[in-house]
Design a protein around this ligand. Structure first.
Ligand SMILES: NC(=O)c1ccc[n+]([C@@H]2O[C@H](COP(=O)([O-])OP(=O)(O)OC[C@H]3O[C@@H](n4cnc5c(N)ncnc54)[C@H](O)[C@@H]3O)[C@@H](O)[C@H]2O)c1
Ligand SMILES: [Zn+2]
Length: 371
């Protein structure tokens, strides 16, 4: 069993990672949940079919009373309507603050369940059982929970830490490769901002990761990713400083994701493109070593994406960029790299510079990287 601590005073918790840990969820929650208490298992239809049985069995064996509540899949359902429906069901079933909310699924289930847990009765204990690579390395760690608003993604939410996060890497075997690539994009992000040798290991073992043949290696890569995120969140829970480094690749990534129409590029794919752009700007603006930058861009540009960047309208992307949450006082806040593992926040990147970079990015994905 691998363990990573998130240290945030009385809100501290452990992330536990082990193959087949879903079969011992009941035992794992005993440290903070009394026998006989009620557990609400929140899950999507797909994941329920695949993995709920083993979780329920484990909870019942440990003496808990379990109800299963379905959460509709898809980003379109990550909204206040889903939250409100869950409030109704939990209140109707006599849930109170002695009960536990368990989120079994990807980032969408985790974000909705966490928000319900943070707000119903001013907070119920909450545990994440992430089942996508992206949710295992990113969304389940750090306590950001929330839902979308018609005006934008993740506009409604809270910082609410779980009691524990239990990660079972074996469930990744049923995940589509495209979803694995999204998680891989966020994993590379940790390498870029904190750990050059980890980044190299991840780049060198791309195929092995996607094939999921070496589960020990995959587990270690998940562990290190979670460790980096946990360190950053422990230092800066509410994103006033270093947590902003986690936005590496996200400023342009979000603009690409939005301007191409949500769902065309998946989030992690757009982040991969955003990291290419941020590397290019880092070379020009911060003097990141051009050879290192070019090598990283070349590796990133070989990752297979599910949509074509050439379809993107650059004007639309710039417009999306100007509406980003990361704009403060009319200035674009960019996470750039002085070196691999050494990020810096820069606020003088102009929309013109981004425009030139997007033109280059399209070219780079058509005819190969040329710096
Ligand atoms: N809270 C945060 O800090 C944070 C960070 C990053 C992303 N997010 C959010 O996470 C969401 C994306 O999460 P995601 O990428 O996990 O997508 P997702 O939750 O939509 O899951 C992707 C798909 O995989 C299916 N699935 C899940 N686990 C599976 C498994 N083991 N086998 C087969 N299919 C499986 C799901 O049913 C779904 O169809 C977005 O809403 C994003 O805003 C939140
Ligand atoms: Zn992301």
């Amino acid at each position: 069993m691998k363990k990573v601590a998130v240290n945030i005073a009385e809100r501290s918790y452990k992330i536990m990672l082990d193959q087949h840990i879903l079969m011992s969820v009941g035992k794992q929650v005993q440290t903070f949940l009394k026998k006989g208490n009620k557990v609400a298992l929140l899950v999507s239809k797909t994941v329920k079919k695949l993995y709920s049985e083993r979780v329920i069995r484990s909870l019942i064996t440990s003496g808990y009373d379990v109800d299963v509540f379905l959460i509709p899949s898809g980003e379109d359902n990550k909204n206040l309507t889903s939250v409100s429906e869950l409030y109704d069901k939990l209140i109707k079933n006599a849930y109170d603050r002695s009960c536990l909310i368990l989120a079994l699924g990807g980032g969408i289930v985790g974000d909705i369940s966490g928000f319900v847990a943070s707000s119903l009765y001013r907070g119920l204990p909450f545990v994440q059982l992430p089942t996508t690579l992206l949710s295992q390395v990113d969304s389940s760690v750090g306590g950001k929970v929330g839902v979308n608003h018609a005006q934008g993604k993740n506009l409604i939410g809270a910082f609410y830490q779980p009691k524990a996060v239990l990660i079972d890497p074996t469930v990744l075997k049923t995940l589509e490769v495209r979803e694995l690539i999204c998680g891989y994009g966020e994993i590379l992000k940790y390498g870029f901002i904190r750990d050059a040798s980890f980044l190299q290991t991840c780049l060198d073992n791309k195929e092995t990761i996607f094939e999921l043949k070496d589960m020990e290696l995959v587990s270690e890569i998940i562990r290190r990713s979670v460790e980096i995120k946990a360190e950053i969140v422990s230092e800066d829970e509410k994103e006033a400083g270093v947590r902003m480094y986690l936005n590496f690749g996200h400023t342009i990534g979000h603009a690409i994701e939005k301007s191409c129409g949500y769902g065309n590029f998946l989030h992690g794919e757009a982040v991969i493109l955003g990291m290419c752009a941020a590397l290019k700007i880092s070379i020009e603006r911060l003097g990141l070593d051009a050879e290192k930058g070019a090598a990283a861009i070349e590796s990133l540009s070989k990752i297979k994406l599910g949509y074509d960047i050439n379809v993107m309208d650059i004007d639309n992307a710039i417009m999306a960029l100007m509406h980003d949450k990361k704009i403060r006082d009319g200035k674009l806040n960019f996470v750039l790299l002085n070196d691999i593992g050494s990020p810096e926040i820069v606020n003088d990147v102009t929309p013109e510079m981004v425009r030139e970079t997007l033109v280059w990015l399209k070219e780079c994905y058509t005819n190969g990287a040329d710096l």
